[in-house]
Design a protein around this ligand. Structure first.
Ligand SMILES: Nc1ncnc2c1ncn2[C@@H]1O[C@H](COP(=O)(O)OP(=O)(O)OP(=O)(O)O)[C@@H](O)[C@H]1O
Length: 253
């Protein structure tokens, strides 16, 4: 994991007079799960969408797998997979038909059932997207990002609104995708999720990166600065109780 696959240098984005991204620089290494964290409006989606070639930048340099965004946006599109926050799919088609449709658009020879297997949705092959639960919808939309066998996938808040079982199930899926060599960039508001999943995180606030490191190092730095939790940490959380009582298995089926 030592080759830089995404390099962002001094990225700026201005909407009219408003500066949403103010000189962001970071590298993502091949094969890592990299997290962009930050409060609402910090500039995470803007940054991601610029790298995804979906939004123009005001200035700065973005290189993806050796390709400069200014020169080769269409080449970049071919090697990335993008999960959008709200996905719309043709309502009348079932999952197999949707995958066949996307595969045709990407000019890929894809086995829909094998792909549905990777996201644990084979038994929903004949179901329509609107008939899926929240977790199943997220898994399906991640499956669609994999159709063009991308080197990098971008996941924008993939577990928002899911129950604890579905979130953990999605964490396993994301780790599995990474273990096959795919680089993953993820935004999330859940710090427990970032701590479990991400090799490194960048914390963005008001359009600037204010910290970037592994979750462990960031925690160590805070502790070394004299930070102490106001009360004793409990041995378990309410979420641990919930999972202990209801199990890890998905409940959505
Ligand atoms: N098309 C646009 N025109 C004007 N301002 C915009 C536009 N898109 C985003 N912004 C502003 O830029 C800032 C950054 O937005 P962005 O969506 O990148 O934040 P974010 O960190 O992804 O937030 P969230 O966590 O809420 O998704 C916000 O203040 C937002 O209102």
């Amino acid at each position: 994991m030592n080759k830089v696959i995404i390099s962002v240098k001094d990225l700026h984005k201005q909407y009219g007079d408003f500066k949403a991204v103010k000189g962001i620089s970071f590298d993502v290494m091949e094969g890592e799960i990299f997290g962009l964290l930050g409060p609402n409006g910090a500039g995470k989606s803007t940054t991601l969408e610029i790298i995804e070639t979906l939004r123009s930048k005001t200035s700065g340099e973005v290189i993806v797998n050796g390709l400069n965004l200014d020169d080769a946006p269409n080449e970049i599109k071919k090697i990335i997979g993008v999960q959008l926050q709200t996905s719309g799919y043709y309502p009348g088609l079932n999952l197999t038909e949707l995958i066949t449709l996307f595969a045709g658009l990407y000019n890929q020879d894809t086995d829909p059932l094998a792909l549905l297997d990777t996201v644990n949705l084979r038994d929903k092959a004949k179901a329509k997207y609107k008939e899926l639960s929240g977790g199943q919808k997220q898994r399906f939309s991640i499956a669609t990002t994999l159709i063009n066998k991308p080197k990098i996938i971008f996941l924008d808040e993939p577990t928002t609104g899911l129950d604890p079982q579905a979130r953990r199930n999605l964490w396993d899926l994301i780790q599995e995708i990474r273990s096959r060599g795919t680089t993953v960039i993820i935004t999330t508001h859940y710090m427990d999720e970032a701590e479990v999943l991400c090799d490194r995180v960048a914390i963005i606030d008001s359009g600037k990166i204010i910290s970037l490191n592994t979750p462990d190092k960031l925690i160590d730095e805070l502790v070394a600065s004299g930070f102490e939790k106001p009360k004793e940490v409990k041995q378990a959380t309410l979420e641990d109780v919930f999972i202990h009582l209801t199990g890890k298995a998905l409940r959505e089926d």
